[in-house]
Design a protein around this ligand. Structure first.
Ligand SMILES: [Zn+2]
Length: 237
């Protein structure tokens, strides 16, 4: 039986052979979530020549400047910013995420987890799931786009059953440097964020038998309509 990792590698090779370039889009609720949840994974993919874009749902002048610096450190291709206040995250933002998906055209989206204790992170996932669905509607958009998979990262709440752990041993120092660009946040609560990122990536590294890792759960876009023909199959094997 093929392992899940082998299936993903086969799929990536097939994408490259079909002329579709693989890319990642990271969608987060707040500036700093991108570095804290997936900084090592972002940089690891950039190192491998995979373009990575970031869309952040909220921000202000100070935090957006910090986010720009962090994304420069990580090597992010395009950054989609917002000036929206933290408390204004709601489902009306779906069309903004759809617009980013149609521009970025990612193979994979990384976002928050519904298990996250933070309410804005939970809503962010729901917005992303709706946006992935809408962006795929060939009856609405001439340039409709199908996202293949959604990866859910960890911030404070740890996944009890992660599907995959990305080896970020070689990207950790860069990811930490990116996290430190969020100067308005990083020294809060006795350096809580830096300690959390250090401890969590070491814990996941122990589980993955590498120095440092970031863990994710994976979900597939849910579709009963005709927009994901891959979801209609003759046999399961
Ligand atoms: Zn956040």
């Amino acid at each position: 039986m093929l392992s899940f990792t082998m299936l993903i590698l086969k799929k990536r090779k097939a994408l490259i052979m079909s002329g579709k370039s693989p890319s990642l889009l990271v969608i987060v609720a707040h500036p700093d979530d991108e570095s804290l949840g997936a900084g090592g994974t972002i940089h690891q993919h950039v190192r491998n020549g995979i373009p990575v874009d970031v869309h952040c749902m909220t921000g202000n002048d100070e935090r957006n400047e910090e986010l720009k610096k962090a994304c420069t450190v990580l090597g992010v291709r395009n950054l989609y910013l917002s000036e929206r206040d933290d408390f204004d995250i709601d489902m009306s933002m779906v069309h903004e995420v759809v617009a980013t998906i149609l521009k970025s055209r990612p193979t994979i989206i990384i976002t928050h987890s519904e298990d996250d204790y933070n309410r804005n992170h939970q809503i962010c996932v729901q917005i992303v799931q709706q946006a992935v669905e809408w962006a795929s509607h060939i009856t609405i958009f001439d340039n409709a786009h199908r996202v293949e998979r959604i990866y859910h990262m960890e911030i404070n709440s740890l996944h009890s059953h992660p599907h995959i752990q990305v080896d970020i041993s070689e990207s950790y120092s860069t990811a930490l440097r990116a996290l430190k660009q969020h100067k308005s946040q990083i020294s809060k609560a006795n350096d809580f964020y830096e300690k959390l990122y250090d401890a969590r990536t070491r814990l996941r590294g122990v589980q993955a038998d590498v120095k440092r890792a970031e863990a994710f759960t994976i979900s597939l876009p849910e579709h009963a309509g005709p927009f994901y023909p891959e979801n209609s199959v003759k046999t399961l094997l």
